[in-house]
Design a protein around this ligand. Sequence first.
Ligand SMILES: *Cc1c(COP(=O)(O)O)cnc(C)c1O
Length: 480
Amino acid sequence: MSLLQQILEIEPKAKLLEPDAHTRQNWLNRVSHYAHQFIDELPANPAYRPAQNLDAYFSISQQAVATDEILQHLQSGMLAQGLNPASGGHLGYIPGGGLYAGALGDYLAAVTNQYAGMYYAGPGAVKMENELIRWLCRMMGYPPTAHGNLTSGGSIANLIALVTAREAFELRSADIPRQVLYFTDQVHHSMHKAVRIAGLAEAQSRCVPMTKNFRMDVQALELQIQRDVHDGYHPFFIVASAGTTDTGAVDPLLEIAELASNHGVWFHVDAAYGGFFKCLSNDPSSKLLAGIEKSDSLAIDPHKGLFLSYGLGSVLVKNTGALYKAHYYKASYMQDTLEAPGEWNPADLSPELTKHFRGLRLYMALQWHGFEPFKAALQEKLWLCRYFYHEVQRIGFTVGPYPDLSVCIYRFERPGCDLAALNKSIVDHVIKKGRVFLSTTNIGGEYWIRLAVLSFRTHLQEINWCLEDLEEGLAWIMRS
Ligand SMILES: *Cc1c(COP(=O)(O)O)cnc(C)c1O
């Protein structure tokens, strides 16, 4: 057979990858039916189910499989197992979201497959993402010259910020052992990972003491910086948390900013969880977040505070030139855009080249809903957490500090008891019941149960369920 004949013969087989309109519509109908059913059944379904043996699922077939079978495997192998992050009963860790409008944005991003890495290839996609980044910058009080990148999440955002600072200070390997990084024991572990990945493991990390509400003790920070300078070290990078994972605590940003500026230290704010509460200007939380605009860089996650599905974080950097210098490759002509009204290439501001067009989900959700419902939902989460803080004491639990944002820690205390074992039993009881999911933590050797309110599907009903189930768990413990 000639090559030409072979090509003609194989073409219909290769073309199976482009289903006809009828098949596309059929698939879409089935998937959409599945998605609607999933959403409609969320309130009746548990927030957590213990994982079963998964060996029977997801063996990868080389042959085409019928739609029914594919969806059935998703249903029983994936969705009927473990934590359901889409559930309003998810009150553990930092809850996720999954706005439907955002999901449709992802659908279109995938179908059109726009190239959101370089302006030249995908000017519309890049322009949209850049406008979203500018919108984030304005919300955080950053100047128009600031820019950033839409990342896969907060971990990569923290890494990009750290690498940018390292390059801004032109640190070379010989300099690293004399550099000092400052954060509290409550800093997110992604920062420790970033330090290692960025080649800074040999720098000095100072764990700054905290005040009793788990915020950074600024006086201790100042003393430590002075001591380090005196000893010939170079204070390099301060990380403040704007909403720690354990307790939602916000470090004193204004005071840290002033110290950082006085000592020429890069000031990074990890606001992956808490940053979006800044838009609630009438809520006390926005006072706590004042000073975020004085940072050199910050991480803020739309897949947390804007309720979008996983895979959308962002890093904002005040000195865009530094971000560019740390991440561009060979496209030195783009430097002109520092002054010229050009558009940044996402590929010059992050380690990624080809990337998911992740801005579209945010754009679609913002345009479809407008911003007001987002603000209402954020406000509601803060109020729900404060409500819980009072109610959980009423049913007999001891609480930690008054919540800065939407995370509350609490536990049942009984003298002479192993508090960890006691509280773990209560949580196990609640999780077994399944209406809500809770997670626990260990702070300074002490066991705490957490409540983290951030799912857009968490309303008063879910918080009341949580209180009821905790009360029931407590009663059950007391009996046994
Ligand atoms: C969630 C979180 C991170 C990590 O973000 P990912 O999006 O999970 O990578 C970092 N810092 C804080 C404070 C967080 O809450």
